[in-house]
Design a protein around this ligand. Structure first.
Ligand code: GDP
Length: 404
């Protein structure tokens, strides 16, 4: 090969090599796809779009992650809300209801007083002289009174003689039935005349009784019940002799949601009741509960004053629809003498027997109803606002004799 041929060969090789490089380089550049900027896929305006309508971004890893993020986000928020809700559930309290003690449980002392004696009667095989002695003693101790006790036991003796009753258990059951039936038939409702309000008049309930029996406390409890029943109530502080009485009544007015009308200390009780009625009339209040003084010294003056209170309370637009005599059950037969005087002076329509929760003398109910002809309408079983219940003869006798 001469030099000329060698040069030609080298030129050919150089040309071929050069073309190869160009081809290879072009091949390296062309397969690379135009870069999809990942930042575009995370742009805020895309986040707000509904995830299912997104263009399917399959090839780019970052874009896939972004799709997942967008799908999860809206799902997570409501789930968190649902998780929070049950945390609030314990706030719903009605599930934890406390059972109020029953009439029988709260009459513990009165019931306990008779229970021992009646246990003795029950434990005997038959009905004998001891049985009658025990029953008489138990009834008198409970303050049922000699008249009612004798009448009850005479009736039972007849039935034992006639063999209608033969065991001690039957005897006690018959005694309970007789005691209950003696208390039936009385009208124990509190008289409120709905038609009065329509004619621009006001119902007035007066509370009378000696000091310390529980008048003011009872007025507070009655006010709470009447307000709860939807009535508007004014408390008139007619006990102007006792320094703290109006303050005490004011506290009950606050607790019960009633309004208070009071006068000057030592002032005329009748005019306080009168003011209460006038205010009730002006404000469209339907019920006035009037407190009265209960001093025992100066008795004749007190009774005169009560007559006047009743007269004044009955002046237009007031109508006295209840005069409730409050008697402390722990005073037993003493309460009876008081009741007679108050009934004469104030025209009592019913009795509230207080402190029955702490008395072994609940039997006074029989003396009040039989001897005075007054219905026991309400019973106080404690000092708090809810401790006033309607008198239920069956429950009362059942609790007293410990029978169901
Ligand atoms: P007032 O002088 O007649 O007005 O009698 P109060 O209303 O001031 O009551 C005299 C006391 O008897 C107070 O300590 C009352 O809390 C209490 N009391 C009233 N009613 C009851 C009751 O039903 N049970 C008990 N245990 N205490 C009562």
């Amino acid at each position: 090969m001469n030099a000329q041929t060698l040069i030609i060969v080298l030129l050919v090789v150089a040309v071929v090599f050069g073309l190869g490089v160009v081809v290879v380089n072009r091949r390296r550049v062309t397969p690379v796809p135009p870069e999809t900027p990942p930042t575009d896929n995370r742009a805020p305006e895309i986040r707000s779009a509904p995830p299912r309508l997104e263009p399917p971004i399959v090839e780019v890893g970052d874009a896939e992650a972004a799709v997942v993020e967008r799908v999860i986000e809206p799902v997570v928020e409501p789930v968190v809300e649902h998780i929070v809700e049950p945390v609030d559930v314990p706030v719903v309290e009605p599930a934890v209801e406390e059972r109020a003690p029953s009439f029988r449980e709260r009459m513990g002392k009165a019931a306990a007083a008779m229970a021992g004696v009646l246990g003795g009667v029950r434990s005997r095989q038959s009905i004998g002289n001891d049985t009658w002695d025990d029953l008489e003693e138990a009834l008198l101790r409970a303050d049922v009174g000699i008249g009612v006790t004798t009448a009850l036991l005479d009736g039972l003796r007849e039935r034992v003689k006639a063999k209608a009753i033969s065991t001690p258990d039957e005897l006690i059951a018959a005694l309970a039935a007789d005691m209950s039936s003696r208390l039936h038939g009385a009208d124990r409702s509190l008289h409120f005349d709905d038609s009065l309000a329509a004619s621009g008049q006001v119902n007035v309930w007066l509370f009378v009784g000696v000091n310390g029996v529980g008048k003011t406390t009872t007025i507070g409890k009655v006010a709470a019940q009447q307000v709860a029943a939807g009535r508007s109530v004014i408390l008139a502080a007619g006990d102007t002799f006792r320094a703290a009485a109006a303050e005490q009544l004011g506290t009950w007015a606050d607790r019960s949601g009633a309004e208070l009308v009071r006068g000057a200390e030592g002032g005329d009780p009748s005019s306080v009741i009168y003011d209460g009625v006038q205010r009730a009339n002006a404000k469209g209040v339907s019920l006035v509960l009037g407190d009265t003084a209960g001093r025992l010294q100066n008795k004749s003056n007190l009774m005169e004053e009560l007559r006047k209170v009743r007269r004044v309370a009955s002046k237009e637009p007031g109508v006295v629809t209840e005069v409730l005599l409050v008697i402390d059950a722990t005073t037993g037969q003493n309460g009876l003498a008081q009741a007679r005087e108050f009934t004469d002076a104030a025209g009592v329509t019913g009795v509230v027997l207080t402190k029955l929760d702490g008395s072994a003398k609940g039997g006074i109910v029989f003396a009040i109803e039989t001897e005075l002809g007054l219905p026991v309408k309400l019973v106080g079983l404690g000092e708090s606002i809810a401790d006033l219940v309607e008198f239920d003869p069956n429950e009362f006798v059942g609790a007293l004799l410990d029978v169901s």
